[in-house]
Design a protein around this ligand. Structure first.
Ligand code: AHZ
Length: 305
């Protein structure tokens, strides 16, 4: 068969580096100005991705913590949790192709990012330089914060991120006493989740876990997902709805109220403003950092209880 032939041709075997492989910056004596790649078969590329991706899906169908939303709050939570407890299987589900949420820009379409003290300590931890302005610090480009945080999080062996994947429901179990408990998430490719109105019966998938951290941001096409679902599932009477902008009220309120809002579900970041009816802060990101760290502590408390 074709597949046997493929196997005979060395599928799965390590390609032998040839002395003829050269790059433009090669200083080898025999460099002749030609960039030469190691040979590859198209199926090897497909299998390299498929094998790893689906093995990961299989393994993470049961996770220790699922973080929904890879914005500044969700990523900070992932960093703190994964670095504190390398034994935990932490799975991040992000609806967008590009993780990072709103933290690629500081505010409006401007690049510098403002972070109030003492949240700058987290920048020191992950190694992001900043200008010190006294009460607050400024990172020269929000993307420096987000890309650094993302790379630190993704480099940790216990973290998996599935992007272009939406959480479209929660798993909710009932215990003997009739108490409802969030016991995982229901996922789908985001492109599928966005098309339920036009295609029938595209069933989702599940990830079971003892703790979900929801950090899906304020209301939007997908935002405030869990807060809205708690209302429609009868676990929250009504949405508090995000209130007007007040930097001094909102940042401590979001951090201090980051908590297990319903058994098994911790809420962090701006999603909490919709759940609780708290003010927004606009373009200052210390509250998201503080909330992410608090959510990590809350997740550990729930896991250890
Ligand atoms: O794509 C969303 C984004 O990356 C993702 N997300 C939303 N719904 C999802 C779902 N499944 C999977 N159902 C989902 N992923 O969640 C991420 C939220 O990131 P964000 O940056 O919007 O939220 P945050 O709370 O981390 O940061 C908020 C930043 C803000 S908003 C604000 C204001 O409006 O005043 N101020 C600040 C600092």
């Amino acid at each position: 068969t074709l597949d046997n032939k493929f196997a005979e041709n060395g599928f799965g075997k390590q390609l032998k580096p040839s002395s003829k492989l050269t790059t433009y910056d090669d200083v080898a004596e025999n460099y002749d100005g030609q960039y030469r790649f190691a040979p590859i078969q198209e199926a090897q590329v497909s299998r390299a991705m498929i094998k790893r991706y689906f093995e990961t899906m299989y393994e993470r169908a049961v996770s220790d913590v699922v973080i929904v939303g890879a914005g500044s709050a969700g990523l900070t939570c992932a960093y703190h949790l994964a670095s504190t407890r390398p034994d935990l299987k932490i799975t991040i589900i992000e609806a967008n192709v590009a993780p990072g949420g709103g933290a690629w820009l500081g505010g409006q379409l401007m690049t510098p990012m403002v972070i109030r003290k003492p949240a700058n300590r987290f920048l020191q931890t992950i190694g992001v330089p900043y200008e010190d302005e006294g009460a607050y610090v400024v990172v020269k480009h929000a993307a420096l914060f987000t890309s650094t945080l993302l790379s630190r999080v993704l480099a940790m062996p216990n973290v998996v991120m599935m992007n272009a994947t939406a959480v479209e429901d929660l798993i909710i179990h009932e215990d003997h006493a009739g108490q409802q408990r969030v016991a995982g998430v229901v996922t789908n490719w985001t492109l599928v989740a966005l098309n339920h109105d036009t295609q029938s019966c595209m069933d989702p998938n599940t990830i079971t876990c003892p703790v979900v951290v929801s950090a899906t941001g304020h209301d939007g096409p997908m935002g405030a997902f869990s807060a809205k679902r708690l209302v429609s599932a009868g676990l929250l009477k009504e949405l508090g709805n995000m209130r007007g902008l007040d930097m001094n009220r909102s940042e401590p309120a979001i951090v201090n109220n980051t908590r297990e809002v319903t058994p098994g579900l911790i809420m962090a970041g701006m999603e909490l403003s919709e759940h609780d009816g708290k003010n927004r802060m606009g373009p200052t990101f210390g509250g998201m950092i503080g909330s992410g760290i608090k959510a990590a502590h809350e997740a550990l408390r729930v896991l250890d209880s």
